[in-house]
Design a binder for this molecule. Structure first.
Ligand code: PMP
Length: 406
């Protein structure tokens, strides 16, 4: 396995820690060492590890057969549930990964508009399909390949990249050529978390409508994390197509894309736009998704967000005192950017100024203090409902010790 891993961001020198199990906010390595987990599998585990209801639902299903390659009742139940929470998805299709959801949503947008160009945001990550791997953040950022080798120039040439939080740049891109879509993470999460400035998402909505481009919200990270209705409910902006993943599957491979009925009916078998998947809608992922949404409906999102805000405040004060950088995020997302000052980071150019090696020194120091962050500066840390105020207090103390004021 190249780098010894199944996905590049998991690698850190000299070798990653091998994990064996998880329980609530804890992840446990093969030697039995427990760490408070703020990576949470890069976002999905909003309920924490091994949530009993999700475990029980999957156990009950697997005994009845894992895959049929035919429709089943669980898909209908989950589709209804998702649609109720995210009304802009009048129709949806399940996929196994966010990469597939993004690739197929972009294809659908191109089919529906008859246009090729797609605008994405610098540092926005929408999975690893060819046309989305341009200035893509996440592992592409960490390993210095913001645009991957092996992507045909012909595939990349239809991808226009603009800075986040700039409406003038977006307007210019939409004027310069007919565009099928604007695809954006409503809160950037793959270059560290960067919230949208006031009016930015509303401005995108307006520009897309004016220029006949579809607005695609990639809510693979924000969906069900920034509340049950995702970022679109939080900011009050209705996209044309939505991508979900991560939290939706409660730890199993599950993603979805959806939107208005007349758009979605362009998909095969009803329409002319092809999309398919052997594992799409598989009963185990459906069972995990249903159990996850059931459990999330009982959870106090406001309390979680307040807990995250006080963690951001405590870590931010620390970062300012030590003059190492700035802590920012939204909802239950946070990250310390090692920028050297406390000015907010508002786009990828500013995020790239952060000191990746300083972050890795913190990462290693925290690992020794039983705290596990995502192993790269340009990733986002997450909280789960299983993290208590006591866990967060212990985490602030560990940061204090690492940043030199403990
Ligand atoms: N979109 C966003 C916003 C993501 O964060 C990710 C994964 N980090 C993806 C798409 C791709 O999802 P997957 O890894 O499930 O293919």
């Amino acid at each position: 396995m190249p780098g010894g891993v199944s996905s590049p961001v998991r690698m850190f020198p000299p070798h990653p820690v091998f994990m064996a199990r998880g329980e609530g906010p804890w992840i446990v390595d093969v030697e039995g060492q427990r760490y408070l987990d703020y990576c949470l599998a890069f976002g999905p585990l909003l309920l924490g590890h091994a949530h009993p209801e999700v475990v029980g639902a999957v156990q009950a299903r697997v005994a009845q057969g894992a895959l049929f390659g035919a429709p089943g009742e669980l898909e209908v139940a989950l589709a209804q549930r998702v649609t109720r929470h995210v009304p802009s998805m009048a129709m949806l299709r399940f996929t196994s990964t966010g990469t597939e959801a993004a690739m197929h949503a972009v294809r659908l947008a191109r089919a529906a508009t008859g246009r090729d160009a797609v605008v994405k945001v610098d540092g926005g990550f929408h999975g690893s399909s060819d046309s989305m791997l341009v200035k893509a953040g996440s592992g592409a950022e960490t390993f210095g390949v913001p645009t991957s080798a092996g992507v045909p120039r012909d595939a990349a040439k239809h991808t226009v990249v603009v800075p986040f939080n700039s409406l003038p740049a977006m307007e210019q891109a939409l004027r310069a050529q007919p565009c099928a879509a604007v695809i954006v993470e409503p809160v950037l999460a793959n270059i560290g978390p960067i919230p949208p400035e006031k009016g930015y998402l509303q401005g995108l909505r307006k520009l897309c409508s004016e220029h006949g481009a579809l607005l695609l919200f990639d809510e693979v990270v924000t969906g069900f994390r920034l509340g049950l209705g995702g970022a679109q409910a939080r900011y009050g902006v209705v996209p044309d197509l939505t991508l979900l993943g991560k939290v939706l599957g409660g730890g199993l491979p599950l993603a979805a894309f959806g939107g208005r009925r007349e758009l979605m009916e362009r998909l095969a078998p009803l329409g002319d736009t092809y999309q398919a998947g052997t594992f799409s809608g598989n009963p185990l992922s459906m069972a995990a998704g249903l159990a996850t949404l059931d459990a999330l409906a009982q959870q106090p999102y406001d309390a979680l967000d307040a807990r995250a805000a006080s963690l951001r405040k405590a870590l931010g004060d620390l970062a300012r005192d030590q003059k190492v950088g700035v802590v920012q995020g939204e909802g239950s997302l946070f990250q310390l950017f090692f920028t050297g000052d406390d000015a907010p980071v508002r786009d990828a150019t500013q995020a790239r100024r952060a000191h990746g090696a300083a972050y890795m020194a913190l990462f290693r120091g925290l690992l020794e203090r039983d705290v596990y962050l995502p192993p790269a500066q340009w990733e986002t840390c997450f909280l789960s409902f299983a993290h208590t105020p006591e866990h967060l207090e212990a985490t602030v103390e560990a940061f204090q010790a690492c940043l030199g004021s403990g």
